[in-house]
Design a protein around this ligand. Structure first.
Ligand code: ATP
Ligand code: MG
Length: 367
């Protein structure tokens, strides 16, 4: 059987998954999975989550299953993707330890993603060592499966770049064993980095500014209707600003021509640009654009919630999926570790040449 290209991607169990994940990464991975053209690995990055949550392991423990439920509810299919739990694949730790010798501390400190997250998390100079090196463990997560692709949000691209550097360094020293993986972004740049509902920074589970895939209808309604629009757009007739208006930023990510047909059939908009022009001219109220956004998001979330409910009622099945996936991941990762050890020459007891070398050396000395 021809070997398919591999993709690997994961999420930290620091909270439930949100709309940013859906448009930034989940949709792409489900599409790639369903194309049947890839060997797919999707994992819950609990070890990585512990790098900045060491003192709060309960938070991570409580979110592992939540992320698994989110995966299954958006269509990650255990028959088509290997879904696993990072901590259950110790081979990843072994690779991390090896790769740590191939990067410098200053290179890690310069990584824009890491730099930004250190600032966001307020570590100042008290950066957990494990957190600083998480791009190295991420390189282990992907190279262990010889990934070619990493479906990801834009914020992680510098981490995937650092992973490629590690692969190049490893291969140049030890021979061509590892594979360089390319980040795969969403189809539209409007989805690369969905902002939070407060309009500040990206939507993130750690920042409390998210619409979660599992939020109920009333929660979604409240979050959408509480969003800021244009503070100068006080009455319906006034011209409004689209730029910096978070409702339009979300419509950019979610509205399709079908959304207009389905939810605004009596208006003359054929696409979002028509609606934006109307808003800028005046005569289009904030309640109407928010209602439109709410309808679109609800339409997306309804089937996801339904699927989630099934798995919520069948937790044993979810646990079995994670167990089986982790077992499969261990098998594949250990094959890579074996190749890596061999290339590095640390498979001592299977290295006939080295054993011969010792024998000859002491034989000669003894003469
Ligand atoms: P945390 O705050 O714990 O870091 P997070 O919300 O940033 O959580 P991650 O688990 O770090 O989520 O990210 C998982 C994947 O989702 C990554 O590929 C990331 O790039 C992508 N992603 C996260 N947030 C967004 C967003 N707002 N827009 C687009 N993609 C996103
Ligand atoms: Mg993150």
């Amino acid at each position: 059987m021809k070997k398919l290209p591999v993709y690997v991607t994961g999420d930290r169990p620091t909270g439930k998954l949100h709309l940013g994940h859906l448009v930034g990464s989940l949709r792409k991975r489900v599409e790639m999975q369903n194309s049947g053209k890839y060997d797919c690995y999707v994992f819950i990055a609990d070890m990585q989550a512990l790098t900045d949550n060491a003192k709060n392991p309960e938070k991570i423990r409580k979110n592992v299953l939540e992320v698994a439920l989110d995966y299954l509810s958006v269509g990650v299919d255990p028959k088509k993707s290997t879904i696993f739990l990072q901590s259950q694949v110790p081979q990843l730790c072994e690779l991390t330890f090896i790769y740590l010798n191939l990067v410098t501390v200053s290179r890690l400190e310069r990584n824009p993603t890491v730099k930004n997250e250190i600032k966001e998390k307020g570590f100042k100079t008290n950066i957990p060592a494990g957190f600083l090196v998480y791009p190295v463990s991420q390189a282990a997560d992907t190279t262990a499966f010889l990934a070619n692709y990493i479906p990801t949000g834009e914020d992680q691209l510098p981490v995937t770049e650092q992973g490629r550097e590690i692969v190049r360094t490893f291969n140049s020293i030890y021979g061509d064993v590892l594979v360089e993986a390319e980040g795969v972004l969403a189809d539209s740049d409007k989805c690369y980095r969905l902002p939070g509902i407060d309009g500040k920074g990206k939507m993130s589970k750690s920042l409390g500014n998210a619409i979660y895939l599992s939020d109920d209808t009333e929660t979604v309604r409240k979050k959408v209707f509480d969003m800021y629009t244009d503070p100068e757009h006080i009455t319906v007739d006034m011209p409004g600003h689209v730029k910096g208006n978070i409702v339009f930023t979300y419509l950019d990510a979610f509205a399709t021509p079908e959304s207009f047909k389905k939810f605004l059939p009596n208006d003359n908009y054929t696409c979002l640009d028509d609606m934006k022009k109307h808003y800028e001219k005046g005569g289009l109220g904030d309640v109407k654009i928010k209602k439109f956004l709410f309808d679109i998001i609800e339409d997306i979330l309804q089937p996801i919630r339904e699927k989630r409910r099934y798995y919520e009622q069948n937790i044993d099945e979810v646990i079995q999926i994670l167990k089986d996936g982790s077992e499969q991941a261990r098998i594949v990762a250990s094959q890579t570790v074996k190749k890596v050890r061999k290339a590095m020459g640390i498979e001592y007891f299977e290295d006939d040449a080295l054993i011969e070398y010792y024998k000859n050396k002491f034989h000669e000395n003894g003469e």
